[in-house]
Design a protein around this ligand. Sequence first.
Ligand code: GLN
Length: 303
Amino acid sequence: MDLQNLLDDIVGAVQPLARQGAAADYIPSLASVDTSQFGISVATREGEVFSAGDADVAFSIQSISKVYALALVLARDGNSIWKRVFREPSGNPFNSLVQLEHEDGIPRNPFINAGALVVADRLLTVTGGSTTAVRELLREESGNFSIDSDPEVAASEARNSHRNTSLAHFLASYGNLENSVDDVLDAYIKQCALAMSCTDLALASRFLATNGLRADGTPLLSPPQTKRINAVMLTCGTYDAAGEFAYRVGLPGKSGVGGGIIAVVPNNCSICVWSPALGRSGNSVAGVAALDEFTTRTGWSIF
Ligand code: GLN
């Protein structure tokens, strides 16, 4: 398999789609990104990286950060998080409020906003209040120690976080937060505002393709824990479009409203695609098309 040729081909095929859809604008600073950009990177389980297009441009990882927060909580705290968050697809938008009331304050899964707030809360507790645990993991796994939260994106989200603030208060009213609403929102917004490139994210996600082994060869997660995160990514990682994503791509994946998507071919490689224009469910249009093309042409799908 000549991966480099394949990625170059995919850029040619998908670039024209890059302007389909629209950049997220409910976080105003994400709306100003040039939507013609498209990048793709693949990191093999051995650590080799292949990239094409705008693979080295940093973008806002947003909800992709939810995967690493969950990985850290499972690694440090085991399965107790599953008493506070379910693991079923939501069938609702990622920031829906109604479902949380119907289900008595237990979010449907860790990848919708309500569930990610519960995970961020637990991570704050197990790290003794650190808001940089996700950043440190991503720095170490990617080898890029300049990765940081973009303060402008964080401030922009903080000024416009009425929905997440509502969700957090709702969780607190059901007794499903351990820390203050303000502290949880601050940690959550900082992890979402991390700026990384496709190359950074493909490398940082490699532990999901290596049965939980970190870049230095030590275990972050056990193989069964890794299997379970990949399973939740498959069923819940692209929100209300998880069925369509499984149908087209056939891999565990996690998207963010910055236009990035990570995907995992277990025991083989981790992939990151990025293009800022989103479709109705909040997933990058060109990104999903690129992953569809990648798995169709390589045959590397879990199905
Ligand atoms: N920070 C964003 C939010 O909370 C993340 C959403 C996303 O990427 N889907 O709304």
